[in-house]
Design a protein around this ligand. Structure first.
Ligand code: 5GP
Ligand code: MG
Ligand code: MG
Length: 180
């Protein structure tokens, strides 16, 4: 599996430092708000687990699964709700936790959904931001790293469901997807 990686962009230590920096900022900003931390499945699962451990404040967690990529390396442009939240967001202060923002479509879709359901506030915490990929307007309030326009895997990010368990983030060798 490690042989499929062309280059490591963010090491285990780099990621830990970012999660800890963002967790501390969130803890400061949400100290008395009992935020609902919403993990966007499946990619943000590792990041969410790391960020919330750096936030010693009252909070709840929930999960939402949306799909737009259909397992490939290009966005299909359509966002679908795959698994809904299990909690009521009415009046809550929500922090959407994402692995990466690319076109911005996932985020725009989720923000609309949460607004419609009466969330009191919505902010976005993403480990990675790929501003060059934007198709619709979407802005994150808490960003780990700005990344170039490459297809990344590891630490939650997949290619065809694989590589999520790599502890670091790297660039996938194009031969891995061009050969298929
Ligand atoms: P958006 O809706 O902003 O285009 O993309 C959001 C989702 O696309 C991310 O949550 C992620 O699942 C997927 N995505 C975007 N860029 C990458 C990438 O470089 N690598 C992987 N593995 N997934 C990506
Ligand atoms: Mg995601
Ligand atoms: Mg994916």
């Amino acid at each position: 599996m490690n042989n499929d990686i062309e280059k490591i962009l963010y090491s285990v230590d780099d990621i830990h430092e970012a999660a800890s920096r963002l967790g501390k900022q969130l803890a400061d900003d949400y100290r008395d708000k009992n935020p609902m931390m919403v993990c966007v499945l499946k990619g943000a699962v590792l990041f969410m687990a790391d960020v919330i451990r750096e936030m010693p404040v009252y909070s709840t967690i929930d999960f939402v699964d949306v799909s737009s990529y259909n397992g490939g390396t290009e966005s299909s442009g359509q966002v679908e709700l795959v698994t809904d939240l299990s909690s009521d967001v009415q009046g809550r202060d929500i922090v959407l936790v994402e692995d990466i923002i690319d076109t911005g479509r996932t985020l725009a879709y989720l923000i609309d959904l949460l607004k419609d359901r009466g969330a009191n506030s919505i902010s976005v915490c993403t480990l990675l931001d790929k501003p060059s990929g934007r198709v619709v307007e979407a802005k994150a309030d808490y960003v780990g790293f700005e990344v170039p326009n490459e297809f990344l895997v590891g630490y939650g990010l997949d290619y065809q469901g694989q590589y999520r368990n790599l502890p670091y983030i790297g660039i996938l060798k194009p031969s891995v997807y061009l050969d298929k």
